[in-house]
Design a protein around this ligand. Sequence first.
Ligand code: ZN
Length: 264
Amino acid sequence: MATSKEVLGPTNSLRPGRPLDQDQLDSLRLDCQDQSPQEINYLCQLTAITHDALLQYYGKYIPCPKTHQEIFDRFIFAHPPVYRAFFDHWISSKITKTTTTHLEPGSKGLMRAFDVPEGHLVIGYIPDVWKELDEAKKIELTRSSGGIKKAKHFVYYLEAVFQIAHETVHLYQDHQALPLWFLECAAYFYTDKIIAKKKWASLKIPSCELPIKFYDFLITKHGAAVHQLCFGSPVTRKKTKKILSEMTPGIQALIFPTMRTEKK
Ligand SMILES: [Zn+2]
């Protein structure tokens, strides 16, 4: 397993303000990623299926669609200690007085997407959700899946699809132009829609419900312009202002109670 010192190697050579090129990403991947080729291949397939669904359902709002491989190449699936080291040594250096977060204070999160000027990549891990399930749920899933091994795999699959879909949406967004609340509501909304349309089961995360509802409200009120704004299709300044003005401090405190600037 790579150590935090090793993680520092390639990242030290990164220049701010541009996406990482393929060599830099591969170098970072060598340091951070220690899953088996089979695991990586499986995650690659899930990324392709998820991205394919996003393009199928919302592709008409995406002016510059990427290939499945282009999306997968931006992902670095690190193991938790490596991700945390990456967070301490690289992510922390990217945080400015205007960077916002909705993570609980002290939390490093699981996965984080960076916009083009910050390297244009996603780094993180698929959490072990199985161990967080209560015993009754484990028993139910084991019975319905036909064994504990299959049940564990099923839960891993659901969580991986959820994480990959969410971060894939982030890879299409302009993080500099849009506020974090909009980026997050959108990522939760499209993930939820992809899971529902593909008839994939959902692990139902309560904290996602309000962001999804609010984004749904924006679409009901402002129509396709909301999708266009999310994925970078042209939207007039007036319309953009109208959409973004729907979020008031009161609603934000309700939907994202921990949303704040990251650096004081
Ligand atoms: Zn997100």
